[in-house]
Design a protein around this ligand. Structure first.
Ligand SMILES: NC(=O)c1ccc[n+]([C@@H]2O[C@H](COP(=O)([O-])OP(=O)(O)OC[C@H]3O[C@@H](n4cnc5c(N)ncnc54)[C@H](OP(=O)(O)O)[C@@H]3O)[C@@H](O)[C@H]2O)c1
Length: 230
């Protein structure tokens, strides 16, 4: 029996590299999609080149068994405030890019009748916060989209898993120190994703305390929350 294949979109991300290693060590063949391919084994993919997404899927040498969306950009609240253009780009990459490429991939997977879709969203999508309100709104959209896709595909043989990693020690977070106990390594994320994929989980919180942190955050009354500068 031939090995399964995994397509990783945004394969230069630190998390993506760890995910690639984890699946490779579990005998998956890798298909790595990046903005600027460095060799023939990488496939060109830009999340906001929407017009190219249909051809991207058609031209894949094989339709993968598993796809992971690992691309993203983080925009802080002040940066978003200063630049409406950057705000728009943040939503296009983080939200519209996911909807566009997964739209084409999920259609092809549904025609085949099998497949797993793994989307990396964020706990940032669970409540709007001043510190990253545009990024958070895009991730809220991604989470709702993946939830809906899972529901839509439940009887069609496609598994959809949402990943909410919490803080992860990657270049995306390199500009700001994050608290050690609630920060995962990319390798921890990769192992949690592989376990979740094997057991067909719906949602994975990599560091489980985030589930409880976000439960509290979601339940703080707005009149208090807006004074907290989170
Ligand atoms: N780090 C965290 O704490 C954290 C927490 C929760 C969720 N996440 C999410 O986890 C995922 C991976 O994040 P990370 O921390 O591993 O980030 P990272 O190391 O900063 O990598 C982000 C990747 O996204 C790619 N990218 C950006 N714009 C793109 C576009 N238009 N088309 C294709 N690729 C594009 C970048 O490609 P280039 O290499 O070409 O620049 C880069 O490789 C993201 O969705 C992120 O939002 C991260």
């Amino acid at each position: 029996m031939s090995n399964k294949t995994i397509l990783i979109l945004g394969a230069n991300s630190d998390m993506a590299k760890a995910i690639a290693n984890e699946f490779k060590s579990n005998r998956f063949e890798l298909m790595l999609a990046v903005r600027k391919p460095k060799n023939d084994s990488e496939i060109e993919f830009d999340a906001i080149d929407f017009a190219a997404h249909e051809a991207f899927v058609k031209n894949l040498k094989t339709l993968p068994d598993v796809v992971v969306t690992a691309f993203g950009v983080l925009t802080e609240g002040d940066e978003a405030f200063q630049s409406p253009e950057l705000s728009l780009e943040t939503t296009l990459v983080n939200y519209s890019g996911v909807v566009s490429i997964l739209g084409h991939l999920s259609k092809a997977m549904a025609q085949r009748g099998t497949g797993s879709i793994i989307g990396i969203s964020s706990v940032a999508g669970e409540r709007g916060r001043g510190s990253n309100y545009v990024y958070g709104s895009a991730k809220a959209g991604v989470t709702a989209y993946l939830d809906g896709l899972r529901n839509y595909f439940f009887t069609k043989g496609i598994h959809v898993m949402t990943v909410k990693p919490g803080y992860v020690d990657t270049k995306m977070k390199a500009h700001k120190p994050t608290p050690g106990v609630v920060t995962a390594s990319p390798e921890q994320v990769a192992k949690a994703i592989f376990r979740g994929y094997k057991s067909k989980k719906n949602t994975v919180y990599v560091v489980s305390i985030w589930r409880w942190i976000m439960l509290i955050i979601r339940n703080i009354p707005e009149f208090i929350f807006k004074r907290m500068s989170l």
